[in-house]
Design a protein around this ligand. Sequence first.
Ligand code: NAP
Length: 281
Amino acid sequence: MEIIDGKSLAASVRESLKSEVQKLKKKGITPNLAVILVGEDKASQIYVKNKSKACLEVGINYEEFFLTNDTTMEQLLALIDRLNEREDIHGILLQSPMPKHLNIDEAFERISPKKDVDGFNPVNVGKLCLNQEGFVSCTPAGIMKMFEKYNIDIEGKSAVVLGRSNIVGKPMSLCLLNKDATVTICHSKTQNLAEITRNADIIVVALGKAKFLTKDMVKEGAIIIDVGINRTENGLVGDVDFENVKEVASYITPVPGGVGPMTVAMLMSNVVKSAKNFIGG
Ligand code: NAP
């Protein structure tokens, strides 16, 4: 069994991005990310802080736009329009969740697909669906990078994705399909879920349910990717019962130190990619 070390993998991605950013700066362009945070969600504030730290570390510029809870849809869209127009901004990130009165789908749709470094705009989602080049949602992109770096072959494998959210489950399934896995997507209405997971070569768990995936649901030698982040009395835990599942898995990601750091690294990577696109490669 091997533990996939997302933390050190992310550090090596950031290291190679640093030199790419230096090259871009010599060409007179500094990658610049705009982050919009609406409201006072505590977890979002931590995520945004982590992202800003990571940006600065690789030399990416970072601009924060903190909007109050009572921000209207018109005000939010007007800000997105202004950021879309600014030539010195290469990426726009809208942190979720947003206050309930705002329509997040409409906001994502308004972000220019060229600056959509989170890959949530329908144009980029469509491109992923068609297996075309575009921005891919950072968490699935980070997981695909893990497979690549650990030489994990996906072709022909039976992959099960637990969760069908627009930001993780669905794009994850498409990424795996695009690499020729046979993909099954499970959700809250799925029947006989354990029977499905027991036949899987690869299981990606993105539910938000602490220690949901247990040893008896996993076949010997399966590859286990844990996306879940659950704050419990015993600290941060994933969606996988790590201590027991690791006894049967061939590869497994820990929480923390697995998928999370890779998600942030892929965001940086998408901002650099966007800056390069702006100068034509
Ligand atoms: P989400 O939008 O809440 O979606 C959860 C999914 O799980 C839904 O599709 C839901 O099914 C399904 N589900 C819930 N209970 C289930 C059950 N008992 N059996 C089967 N399926 C069930 O969550 P998300 O945004 O994808 O996030 C999932 C987890 O990943 C969270 O813990 C989140 O914090 C974490 N996360 C981590 C990262 C990272 O970088 N590590 C990034 C993003 C998210 P229905 O569709 O039927 O409701």
